[in-house]
Write a protein that binds this ligand. Sequence first.
Ligand SMILES: [Zn+2]
Length: 461
Amino acid sequence: MDERIISFFKERKERFVADLKRLVDVRSVREAPLPGKPFGEGPAAALAEATAVAAEHGFSVTDFDNYAGEIQFGSAPDLMLLAHLDVVNEGDGWTKQPYCMTEEKGRLYGRGTTDDKGPAVACLYALEAARELFGEPKTGVRLVLGCGEETGSEDMEHYFSLREKLKYTLSPDADYPLIHLEKGRFAPSFSRPIGDPGSVIEINGGDTSNIVPGKANALIAGSVPEQRGAILVEASHRTGASFEVETEDGNTRIRCEGVSAHAASPEKGVNANTALLMLLVEIVEDCELKQAMQALLTMAPHGQTDGAGCGVKMSDEASGALTFNFGVLRFDGRRLSGGFDLRCPVCAAETDVKGTVAAVLSKNGFAFDGDPAVTPAHYVPKDAPIVKEALRVYETYTGQKGECLAIGGGTYVHGIEGGVAFGVEFPGTDYRIHGADEFAVTEELLLTAAMYTQIIKDLCY
Ligand SMILES: [Zn+2]
């Protein structure tokens, strides 16, 4: 641990907090594009404020058309630090002010304090610390401040259409210790026409493929005979979901409630779509829709989250197993449609996941809607220099064990070759990012700034 770095940040705590407040107080939520402002007023205003703050620290920001800003320190850069200035909508339930940062017992409350304005300011201060303490680097550093991370990272598409990728990329926009592997994703929608739906009028389950649906319902013509009550109880036992039946204009609405979870860990949920299908194939008379529903259950059996039903069960040591979620289910009277979400290990690159799923769907009368894209896994080996360096610094500065994490989600560096997510959420704390009362811990942000300074010193001098 370098005492010069530690005392540098000790002396700048108040100014750091004041600078961060200037950014948090700008509501940088994406809105409709304006001329020269692809994400609307808010993200551009946050970039303008960051540019003003950076200027006060002696750095100039190159603007990439309000998609991103770039600060370069030193020449011939090797290291890119990547943070973002846009935030998600504040949502409901705040007891603090989302866009007027407040400090309370060492915590800074406000939207973006942890995701990702706090880390952005920490990186700016790391550049300043390196300049003040160590002078001009041998190889330079670029700090890139994106304005569209939360809405699909078009900011980086634009930025990298104009700039080359660097040897090392670190992004403090996820978790400590370090994420070196992010599974790939394949999330196709599919459907098949239904000529004979029997008594089923409609089915609705889930809103998006990346969530295990907690709720699904179906409307059946007419009333459901009494003896079917026992079937409901039985279905509940078998599926772990609960069912309720109510009359609706002379028809019967069946509601199924499971347990919602993120698609990256579907085993934590109880899928209401597949649970409802299990009940429907019991109570619906023989018809084309019933056969199609049975086919769906062979592709996605209730409780199965490894993709075996679609012939894509696979795993490798670094990534773990492929996960499979049946997130969306619809029947509108004419078409039965759905959405899967597969998180694919690194080894999936050797197989044709898309083709395999397409063949299984086709065998059952379904076809993809459109041409779904496959996002490959993102992987940096554990012995890559950037990984070893970041974890060494993490252990030195925190006293905690530094280890690589493999996740089913994607971070800001997904697809940036050699890039890893390093910070900023420490294990064991819920900073409520994307939720109400998001906060950051002041001392932790300064620790992040110190660690990034050390990494710059080690890699660039
Ligand atoms: Zn973020």
